[in-house]
Design a protein around this ligand. Sequence first.
Ligand code: HSE
Length: 291
Amino acid sequence: MLTVRAPATSANLGSGFDVFGIALDRPADVIRVERAPETTITVTGVGSQYIPEDPAKNTVGAVADALDAPAHIEIDKGVRPSSGLGSSAASAAGAAVALNELYDRGRSREELVPIAAEGEEVVSGIAHADNVAPALLGGFTIVAGGEVVRVDASLPIVACLPEASVSTRDAREVVPRSAPIEDVVETVGHASTLAVGMTRDDPKLVGRGMDGGIVTPERVALIEGYGDAREAALDAGATGVTVSGAGPTLLAVCREGNRRSVAGAMLDAFDARGVESRAYQTAIGEGARLY
Ligand code: HSE
């Protein structure tokens, strides 16, 4: 039996809708695989009751098919589904790494990106790679024109998850179909600032580069308490706050040493609105890892 730890990820980062992603140190899924005549799946852990074990409906079933690698696959969820933390991507990326090794398929991490993205299609209806790319490669990733650019990056992060679910399908319904040129220009400016910030591990540039975006303002309406929690995090010293992926998790970029106060401020802000939440004090981290 082979075991892989596959990390949570955060996509979009405000200005990079469907393009930017980061791997997070925690939380993570653990995937175990062993050869079998046909694929079967068991799911345990956080939110497992919402995840189908039928291989035709589970993100990892598509991955096993694509790699022609039938197996019994055990998924121990650490990344809650519908959290905006790349839950399905963690499982898909973990399964891709594990099955590639189990069957000695010899695919590189880059080659596994489109394979894991097929698993994403099962869940969200679109094979977007902005979560599976960082889940496989780690660091900060840019998915553009079918290619992935990876940047080593390391920044302290708080991911605050309110007790609500937002499905990626629903969150994609509110994405504007077009945008004024002024908004496009502003977003390109922010995205460029963020990308440079990542190459320098500069929390100020990254935080500033997460501002605005064409999609985020539409999505915050789906998250009760977003405005208060964002303000609280910024007051506590976060350099930028945005919606993580499709939400409802809020992603706050921090400086060395202020994660605890940022996490506390966000939890208190949600609590004051009567919304339960939990905060992960985490960091930009590595991709899926074989034990
Ligand atoms: N880029 C995707 C979206 C990520 O925001 O819809 C979903 O996790």
